[in-house]
Design a protein around this ligand. Structure first.
Ligand code: DQA
Length: 165
């Protein structure tokens, strides 16, 4: 055979690797946060949770992250989502609402996840009743953002992008 036989072209473009794929962050919201916009607006503002979600999704897109934004009034469901995050997410942003101050179960799930956690509160919990000054979530959190309203979720995404980079 002569040397003119065509060689099989080598496919240089590789399939997407896990490291090329956008990192997913779970943004989880606890009880009564579905009422945002009408719930004590002097404390929590007039934005709805849907407004907060839309702004968080826009910021995540700018940062090259995808988010799964969820809300539940049920402690067990939040715990199941934190467990799901172990295989599906690179980090967790959590506003656990009132469960922040009561739930050892949520703390245990966060610690088991071994994921970076950022705790968010719309209100400044340290300016409020003393029972809100203690947070179980904080024991598992890299950082806490509180008192900045819905913008706090965007700041949490900025920080999370660096933590998962
Ligand atoms: C909250 C603060 C909690 O103390 C309260 O129970 C909430 C909302 C906040 O976002 O400011 O439900 O997490």
């Amino acid at each position: 055979m002569g040397g003119s036989a065509r060689e099989t072209p080598v496919l240089l473009q590789s399939s997407p690797q896990p490291s090329d794929m956008p990192k997913q962050v779970f943004v989880l919201n606890g009880p009564n946060l579905n009422l945002l916009g009408t719930r004590e607006p002097e404390i929590y503002g007039r934005d709805t949770l849907d407004d907060v979600r839309k702004r968080a999704e826009a910021r995540a897109a700018q940062l090259g992250l995808t988010i799964s934004f969820r809300q539940s009034n049920h402690e067990g469901e939040l715990i199941e989502w934190i467990q799901e995050a172990r295989s599906e997410a690179s980090g967790i942003i959590l506003n656990a609402g009132a469960f922040t101050h009561t739930s050892v179960g949520i703390l245990d799930a966060l610690q088991a996840s071994q994921l970076p956690v950022i705790e968010v509160h719309l209100s400044n919990i340290f300016r409020r009743e003393s029972f809100r000054h203690h947070s179980y979530v904080s024991l598992a959190a890299k950082g806490v953002i509180c008192g900045l309203g819905g913008q706090g979720y965007e700041f949490a995404l900025d920080a999370m992008a660096k933590l998962v980079a």
